[in-house]
Write a protein that binds this ligand. Structure first.
Ligand code: GTP
Ligand code: MG
Length: 194
């Protein structure tokens, strides 16, 4: 699925700018700087397809990428971002409208930094996904920055946090976009969704 052409389709700033709901999509949500854009690049094997950067708040639109399968949707981060408050609030409203109102959204991958585990702002997004009945799956990112022992501990913390979320898909995927860990697993998961 990711061997074929992958292209940037459009950046969306309002719900009425979303492409027609004529095929399935999966999205990548998570706190600012967690590694959403980098993960899309790793999945597609295109280093600069989605713009990644060390500045939290890099992705400011809902970015659609076409594949031979579902759309891949790169979302603006939530939580802290280096942008004016009014701007951040506008993205947050769009993000929430998207996550609760996109009929073709097949699964939301919620990215959690392996160094940090599930934070309060993550829990709020997970609760929104529960209410919207959007199945979500946690992807741990930046595993290369964490020892094996600490990875195991974070996986346990996340498992505990997921227990109270009915929309959670139980399998947690540990990834490193830098080293490639978990990327093939995630590709296979996405392939089963279509
Ligand atoms: P926003 O668009 O700002 O919300 O950020 P994002 O979630 O899209 O994060 P992005 O992919 O831009 O990555 C943020 C920073 O983390 C960049 O400096 C990346 O190089 C780095 N990063 C992302 N994934 C990994 C990883 O697996 N390992 C390591 N070591 N660094 C990573
Ligand atoms: Mg981004």
């Amino acid at each position: 699925m990711f061997a074929g052409p992958v292209e940037f389709l459009k950046g969306v700033v309002a719900m009425d700018g979303l492409p027609p709901a004529d095929r399935l999509e999966v999205c990548f949500a998570g706190r600012s700087n967690v590694g959403k854009s980098s993960l899309i690049n790793a999945l597609t094997g295109r280093k600069t397809l989605a713009r990644a950067s060390n500045t939290p708040g890099r992705t400011q639109e809902i970015n659609y990428f076409t594949t031979q399968g579902p759309y891949l949707v790169d979302l603006p981060g939530y939580g802290y971002a280096e942008a004016p408050l009014a701007v951040v609030e506008k993205w947050q409203r769009l993000l929430k409208a998207y996550l609760s109102g996109r009929v073709t959204l097949r699964r939301a991958f919620v990215l959690i930094d392996t160094r940090h585990g599930v934070k309060k702002v993550d829990d709020e997004i997970l609760a929104l996904l529960d209410r919207s009945a959007v199945t979500f799956q946690v992807v741990l990112t930046k595993a290369d920055k964490v020892s094996r022992a600490d990875q195991a501990q974070v996986i346990e913390q996340v498992r505990g946090a997921l227990a109270k979320h009915p929309a959670a898909y139980p399998e947690i995927v540990l990834t490193s976009s830098e080293k490639g860990d978990g990327i093939e697993t995630l590709r296979a998961i996405i392939a089963t969704l279509v």
